[in-house]
Structure formats: C-alpha cells, structure tokens
Design a protein around this ligand. Structure first.
Ligand code: SF4
Length: 551
C-alpha cells in the first residue's frame, strides 16, 4: 500500500465492546481526543501557529490546539511554577498551564552534526533561557519557549536540517537508533538507512498522523536502544542463510500495564524495514483501540491478538506476502550505554560522556560542538540513557577531548551513580508530575559519590537508578535496577511529603523483565540517598561473583 493511500474501508462488523477500531467500522470518535483529530488533522496546526498564534500570543490559542494538536510539533504547555505535587490531580488543565512551552526537537537516532549541535545550543540560548535536556528518547527538550518565537525557532532548526514535526502527539515519534551505528565493532548491521527511509516516507505524512496513541520505533543493529519496550522495534540479527538483517518486535511499552514486546519471529532485510514498519503502523492505525486512551497503545492489541495473529494480519492485509522466519538477536552480557572511550571499526574512537540525568544547557551544547571539532570530529549522538557520544575521534585526541568534556560537566569516566542515574522532567516543568526529579538526581549522585566511595571500585556492572515524577514511567521505572515512582507519601511524623514507590531488580537485555514492585515499600525523597546506599551495600555484600543487580 502506498503511504498516501487512505486506510482500507472494511465492512462494518460488531467489535467486542466497540473499541473504536476503524477497521471494524467504528469511524465516529468515542472520546474528545479522537474528536479533535477527526475535526482537523493535527499537522494543520503549524499554519495557525505561524499565521495567528505567533502574532496574537498565548491568549489567542484555541484550547483544542493548545492541549492537543500543538503536540504534533513537539509543543506542550509547561507547568506553572509553584504548584506542589499534591495538587496535580485536583486542578483543571488550565490551572496548571503556564504560558510557556516545553519543545522537543526530533533527532532520529540521536544523530546530529556539530553544526546542528551548535544550532540546538543557540536556539536554547536565544529562545529557551539556556535550558536543554537530553531525553531518554534521544531528543533535545527545551523549556520556556514562547509561541511568539516559534516561527523563528523553526526557521533556525529547519535551516540546519532539523524538525519538531511529530516529536509528540498520537503520531510516529522520534525513531531510536544506535548511537554508534555504522562504527561499532560488534554491530550486526547499520540501521541508519532504514531510519532515514522511514523518515523520508512517513514522518509528516497525513496517512499516519492520526494514530490511536503515540507510536514509538527503534531500529538498531545492536541491542542498545531498549527495543523490548517499543511499539515496534527492529533489532540486528544474523540469519543463518540470508545474513545480517533485523528481528521484529511489537507491543512493548511501560507506563501502566507494562509489557515486554513480542517477537514476531520474522527476519527482515535492511531494504524492507520501511515496508514492514508501514505494515505494523497500519495495523495499529486501523485495528488499534480508540475508545479509551489508557487502552489505546498497540500493546493492548498485541496482548489480545498474540504475535501470530498480528503477523498474519500484517502479511495478509498489508504486506500481501509472507515474511521470512528468523532467529532471535543476541543478548548482551552487560547492557550497552556507550560511556567511555571505545575503538571504532575504522580505528578511530568514540567517546561517551555522562551529564547527570541528561541535564545540560544550550551553552554546554555549543561548547561540546567546539570541543568535538577541536578533536577532529563532526558527529555527536544522544543516547537512550540521557548521555552523549562524540564519534570519529583520532586516538591522539581522546585525552584532550575527555578533559574538555569534564570541564563541561560531562564525564567519560563517571562514577557508577552518575552513569546509572536517569530522571524524567518532573515537577519543575511537567504538568502530570507529583515530585521533583532532576534536582533530586543531582543531589543523589552527589551524596552517593561520597557515601559509597569505599565500595565504588568493587562495582563492575552499572547499577541503574531511574527517578520518575509520576506513574507514567517516562524514565522507565520498571526497567531499572532501582526504579522510583514519584508519589506523595507519609513521613514518620505523619506529614504528606514527596517520596517514591520502589521497584527493584528490573532490567533489559539478558534478563529482560520488570522490577518487582515492593508493595507498601515507599521512601520519602529526603530518605532516598540513605535508602539507595543501604540497598547497594546489601547487594555488594550478598552477591555471587559477577552477579548483576537484577539477578
Ligand atoms: Fe511527567 Fe510523569 Fe513523565 Fe515524569 S514520568 S515526565 S512526571 S509524565
């Protein structure tokens, strides 16, 4: 089916409980979000921002655009400062809305040139009060953006070949890819051409801009992009007869009702990835549940159908051919994070460095670009662990680059805590947040570096600590060694304070599974450093040789 072909009309049939599946004849919107998307394709909001809202300011914005369609261009209203987390669930959206926006820039595969990195930094300096976070989806996220500035922001980003299109919304969002695609010595295959082809054909294509819910993709020749928790993922694998290609996974996702993706058992060559991706997203668009938003992600359809039926529908109704069967990908002994200096296939080095929980600034990005260029590099990558990697560095330049990065707060030989801590946006800017996250991450790393100094050398595998501001799991609560879900808890004195529900022992890769939620096990935010110290000391004292935390 061509990408511009409208979804196939199917005879109306009675669906179980009427889940709003288009393919079963349910075309009438069953909730306000579906109504909004049907009333006007969200991609059309760009023209209104440029022609109306940028001139009229925040108060001129139609509420349907403000809290809905703006997302298709990466724009969310940010949280008004000073509203505590205990009130998040009690206030109306308009009471939480600030007049400033969070803006996500789509950087598929986390890939930028140093010229683009400079532009990302300059946009932040000029329009975003120098804010910039590296997200765990390899995007750059700004804050304090004004709608009046959006035409200039787009002009600057697009002039450098970047976009915010479908960075958020019920759309095909940024595609995760290996930060070391094309250069890693152990890569099965370079997925970059497939990412480029999906972008070229489908991003901004109205045929796929009204999905039941968000749609997250990963394409990597290495198991280094959390493929198990994507709506669709293509993971590098060697087929015994056909050679390097990709294993296809569908239906992974976190938040509430977390699910590990299911293998379809199909092997796909590089030049067919985009076609297979189109078949998966088409099944989701046409058969996905549109009645209740909390049941709309593809994982619910995959759970009900199972991978065999999902594959059969893809093959018979969309691809019109059978896919080849194939083997499962290798699982890494230790999860990849690409931190440190590593030799590339061509003899040069890549250098991965850790900020704390992805927090950098526009000025830092500008300086990283300069440091990379001084070291002879033109390419930088963001990682799904909120880190950054400078590629193509001659061996002789590695020490100087590492020293330059340390001056910017970016460590390529970080402590296990700086390396393993991630945090979502949290209460500083997120309207759904219940607790503070980024600031706590900085405080936690600082305290653990002091408290656990005596045992740091004995920690050979990273221990991951993921801090989330609410149950939505943007920083992957369930896949961390120590996952923390923000909530209001009662302290020893009976006060309602910020704290966390604890999940222990989650992980991806070898032992992919979700951390055990310790029922009733909650810590206050103030107790967090002491709690993590206790858990880590216990693990170090009790572990068998080479035993990972999650085991
Ligand atoms: Fe916001 Fe919750 Fe996501 Fe954190 S996990 S960014 S608080 S929605």
């Amino acid at each position: 089916m061509s990408p511009t072909t409208p979804p196939p009309a199917r005879p109306a049939a009675r669906a179980r409980k009427g889940e709003g599946q288009w393919a079963l004849g349910y075309r009438e919107p069953l909730n306000p979000n579906e109504r909004s998307k049907k009333d006007d394709n969200p991609l059309n909001v760009r023209a209104r921002i440029e022609n109306i809202y940028a001139h009229g300011g925040f108060d001129s914005i139609d509420p349907g655009d403000l809290r809905g369609r703006f997302r298709w261009y990466g724009l969310y209203t940010q949280r008004k400062p000073g509203i505590d987390g205990g009130r998040t669930a009690t206030l109306e959206p308009e009471e939480l809305d600030d007049e400033f926006f969070m803006l996500r820039v789509r950087t598929d595969g986390g890939a930028v040139t140093t010229e683009q990195l400079t532009v990302l930094g300059e946009v932040s300096q000029t329009y975003a009060r120098d804010t910039a976070d590296i997200t765990d989806r390899q995007n750059i996220q700004y804050h304090w953006i004004r709608v009046e500035d959006m035409p200039a922001v787009w002009a600057k980003l697009e002039g450098a070949g970047m976009t915010t299109m479908e960075a958020c919304g019920d759309s095909p969002r940024v595609i995760l890819g290996s930060p070391v695609a094309g250069i890693a010595v152990d890569e099965v295959i370079d997925g970059t051409p497939a990412i480029d082809e999906i972008k070229r054909r489908y991003i901004g294509n109205p045929s796929f801009s009204n999905l039941p819910r968000k749609f997250k993709t990963a394409v990597s020749g290495l198991p280094d992009v959390a493929h198990e928790i994507h709506d669709v993922a293509f993971v590098g694998v060697n087929h015994p007869e056909h050679g390097p290609g990709f294993d296809v996974w569908v239906g992974g996702g976190l938040s509430t009702n977390p699910m590990i993706g299911q293998r379809l058992g199909a092997w796909v060559p590089l030049d067919e990835v985009a076609d297979v991706w189109e078949a998966v997203i088409s099944v989701f668009r046409d058969y996905g549940y549109r009645r209740l938003r909390h049941r709309a992600r593809i994982k619910f359809l995959v759970k009900d159908w199972g991978p065999a039926k999902f594959r059969e529908v893809m093959e018979t109704e969309y691809l019109k051919r059978a896919m080849l069967d194939g083997p499962a990908p290798e699982v890494p002994a230790v999860p990849y994070d690409h931190v440190g200096a590593h030799r590339q296939r061509d003899g040069k080095f890549y250098v991965g460095a850790a900020p704390i929980a992805g927090r950098v600034s526009g000025s830092t990005l500008v300086e990283v670009a300069k440091a990379a260029e001084r070291a002879g590099s033109n390419r930088v990558r963001f990682t799904p662990q909120q880190k950054l990697v400078v590629l193509d560095v001659p061996e002789s330049e590695v020490p100087a680059l590492q020293a330059d990065l340390v001056k910017l707060g970016l460590h390529s030989k970080p402590s296990p805590w700086r390396r393993g801590v991630m945090a979502c946006t949290g209460i500083e800017f997120c309207k759904l947040a219940i607790v503070e996250t980024k600031g706590r991450a900085v405080d936690l790393v600082d305290k653990l570096e002091t408290r656990l100094k005596d045992i740091t050398d004995g920690i050979t595998a990273p221990i991951t600590v993921h801090i989330n501001g609410c149950p939505n799991s943007c920083a992957r609560i369930q896949t961390a060694d120590i996952g923390l879900k923000g909530q209001i808890v009662t302290d020893d004195a009976g006060n309602q304070v910020e704290g966390f529900q604890v999940h222990l022992g989650g992980g991806l890769g070898l032992d992919a599974g979700f951390g055990r939620k310790l029922r009733g096990h909650k810590v206050t935010a103030d107790e967090l450093p002491e709690y993590v110290e206790r858990v880590v000391r216990h693990y170090v004292a009790q572990r068998a040789a080479d035993e990972r935390f999650a085991q």
